[in-house]
Ligand binder design. Structure first.
Ligand code: SF4
Length: 272
């Protein structure tokens, strides 16, 4: 089967998206900062959780200058509860980079995918999301949901966690916008993966079932191909709670690495 997103497929996807898309506080916005905030929060976090944090964040840091000028401590405090604090640190670094590199306050942000990739902490997913949604730049967003949808749509046998697979989808999808707004097409693919082509998909009502290789061949359960699970290492450690005069000793972990920069009781993990 040819790995091409045809105009008919794209049109069917967009009709479905118009009818089924969920409302989100940032959806429909063309403000690059708001889109950037939502995309940083959405990595590894459910939409419902992000909705609660998004407003709080915008209230506290209404624009990229407010974020860049804030103390990292305050940034981490507002992020508290979202987990994966590296994202907050990177976001803060990225905001500083934008403010330091801007020459014109009316054209603060990079417009294209390649320039977004130069911003510290911004990877291919965020670069494609922000450039396509805010600036209509034709760069495909390849997230976990999209990888699953494409594997089924084209019966792709490759392991979905490889760079090679990511690159292949990026190329296929970049040819599949067919004149639609790239940001909306990207969101439509992600929404299809979240609502329809889920791990237990609802194929009978899917707008793409007549184009779907896995469905037509009764092989939906075979895709995506599972890669071998990485062995999770077991580590042993001991925590010491040191108290004196009603005070407890806590230490800060190094900035880089596991739980970087967070506070902890004195913990010694074997081998570290
Ligand atoms: S037909 Fe089923 S497997 Fe194929 S894209 Fe639609 S939901 Fe996914």
């Amino acid at each position: 089967m040819q790995k091409i997103i045809s105009r008919d497929m794209c049109n069917a996807l967009m009709v479905w998206f118009d009818e089924h898309r969920r409302e989100m506080p940032w959806r429909g916005s063309a403000d690059p900062y708001h889109i950037w905030v939502s995309e940083m929060m959405l990595q590894q976090t459910q939409v419902a959780t992000v909705e609660k944090y998004f407003h709080k964040w915008i209230e506290r840091f209404p624009d990229v200058f407010a974020l860049a000028n804030a103390d990292l401590e305050n940034v981490l405090k507002v992020w508290e509860g979202l987990g994966y604090y590296t994202r907050a640190r990177n976001f803060h670094k990225g905001a500083k980079y934008i403010v330091a590199h801007t020459k014109d306050k009316h054209a603060l942000f990079p417009v294209n995918y390649e320039d977004w990739l130069k911003v510290p902490g911004v990877g291919p997913y965020t670069a494609a999301a922000v450039s396509s949604i805010a600036f209509k730049y034709p760069a495909a967003v390849v997230d976990g949901n999209v990888k699953r949808v494409m594997a089924r749509l084209f019966c792709l046998g490759d392991s979905i966690s490889t760079q090679k697979y990511h690159k292949m989808l990026f190329e296929i999808m970049n040819e599949g916008f067919h004149g639609h707004h790239p940001g909306w097409v990207n969101q439509a693919w992600m929404e299809l993966g979240s609502l329809q082509c889920t791990p237990r998909p609802n194929c009978s009502t899917c707008p793409l079932n007549e184009h779907c290789c896995a469905y037509k061949n009764d092989q939906v359960a075979d895709f995506p191909r599972k890669s071998e699970k990485k062995k999770i290492p077991t580590r042993y450690g001991a925590a010491f709670i040191i108290e004196k005069d009603d005070k407890v000793l806590i230490l800060r972990r190094p900035e880089e690495g596991f739980l970087g920069g967070l506070w902890e009781y004195r913990i010694h993990i074997k081998g570290t």
